[in-house]
Write a protein that binds this ligand. Structure first.
Ligand SMILES: Nc1ncnc2c1ncn2[C@@H]1O[C@H](CSCC[C@H]([NH3+])C(=O)O)[C@@H](O)[C@H]1O
Length: 372
């Protein structure tokens, strides 16, 4: 095939762009109902991209002022919301109107407001509110997005996610990121464990397991397996604390150490890596996968990887837009495509490697790797 000849994909996009760039096209488009429909749709999409930051800040204002919690009680007037949130009445009116336009609240015909569909979804997923609150650090780092793309780390997010140095005691930052991950874990665990059955395994280690939230979901589905968690020593007191209320707490063994150097429990037939690999650069991931392979090889065990992934042809908003910039600001790692992770797993020695079809890629995608 002639490499210099534009493919159909290129020719069609060039034509589309020439049309979209021509002022005459817009006049013609607006003259017909179908043209108006597409022009409106495209204008709205571009406006949403332009105003996205303002929408996010409406959300932040709603979360911080506890607007949505107040509306759970039922319909409320602007004055009632102003009193409940402590906002001046005019400010409450603006916030309610803005949030109604984003389906976070609904405006009733009598002028009162109720919780909207997105507001209800937000309250049903406490992890999202935790994520929204911690966006202060991300947005501070992204204030100058070009500068953020040029440098790596060095800002607020890098300070929050500091995996270096470990005194064995959780710093405020370690406690904060561990709580954030735990708050968003339920959705990830439910989807991961819907895709993958943990019942057949007898000893399971969750590497980078945080405060143990994922393992508690595993424990609820598998009543007999030994459960091990490995994380940085300073995360362990948080895990001990979080697990201390469970009647089955004796089942959990906690290991503190660096995942590249600490001994991994030897008898495990399942290793899980949940939202761990995307935080690390290639060399660390390659070494970690190789270690996991060597640990599992004698027992012909299985590795389960679950995290948000980049999309083929950069079509995953969470992977290619959100985490791509997030991890750049954080200073290490990158979202990887399932196919890239599968290649890395094969490189590490795994033979039977397959991506599981996630029904909720915005939360997570999963890959299973076996010795073969
Ligand atoms: N070198 C390391 N050794 C052990 N744990 C690590 C290392 N680097 C990062 N981590 C841990 O990896 C976790 C990534 S956050 C993911 C936590 C959990 N699996 C969840 O999905 O909710 C954090 O708990 C970190 O402390």
């Amino acid at each position: 095939m002639d490499e210099t000849r534009p493919t159909f994909a290129v020719r069609w996009r060039s034509l589309r762009n020439r049309i979209l760039l021509a002022p005459r096209f817009h006049r013609i488009a607006l003259a017909s109902p179908v043209g108006r429909f597409f022009a409106r749709r495209s204008a709205r999409k571009l406006f949403d991209l332009t105003a996205g930051f303002v929408y996010s800040q409406v959300l932040v204002a709603g979360v911080r002022s506890k607007l949505f919690e107040h509306l759970v009680e039922g319909p409320a007037t602007v004055s009632e919301i102003a009193a409940a949130t402590g906002l001046p009445e005019d400010a409450a009116r603006r916030l309610l109107a803005a949030s109604a336009s984003l389906d976070l609240t609904d405006r009733l015909a009598d002028g009162r407001f109720m919780l909207g569909a997105q507001g209800a979804a937000l309250l049903a997923n406490p992890g999202v509110a935790a994520m929204i609150r911690h966006h202060d650090a991300l947005y501070a780092d992204l204030r100058d997005p070009v500068a953020a793309l040029e440098r790596r780390g060095g800002g607020d997010l890098a300070r929050l996610w500091n995996y270096d140095g470990d005194t064995g005691e959780p710093s405020a930052e370690t406690a904060s990121y561990t709580a954030l991950m735990a708050a968003s874990q339920d959705l990830v665990a439910r989807e991961t464990l819907r895709l993958f059955d943990v019942r057949p395994f007898s000893a399971i280690v969750d590497i980078g397991g945080g405060n143990g939230r994922f393992l508690t979901h595993v424990a609820d589905r598998n009543a007999h397996a030994e459960l091990h968690l490995l994380d940085r020593p300073s995360v362990l007191p948080l895990a001990r604390d979080a697990l201390s209320h469970r009647p089955d707490k004796e089942r959990f063994t906690l290991h503190g150490g660096h995942f590249l150097t600490a001994p991994l429990p030897e008898n495990c037939d399942l290793v899980t890596l949940i939202r761990v690999l995307h935080d690390h650069d290639e060399e660390v991931v390659e070494r970690l996968l190789r270690r996991v392979y060597e640990t599992l090889e004698p027992r012909r065990g299985t590795l389960l990887v679950s995290e948000p992934m980049a999309g083929a042809r950069a079509r995953s908003r969470i992977g290619d837009a959100y985490f791509n910039l997030y991890l750049q600001a954080m200073g290490s790692g990158r979202p990887r495509m399932a196919s890239e992770l599968c290649d890395m797993l094969r490189q590490a020695g795994f033979r039977r490697v397959r991506a599981l079809p996630s029904g909720m890629p915005i939360a997570t995608s999963a890959i299973v790797a076996e010795i073969g």
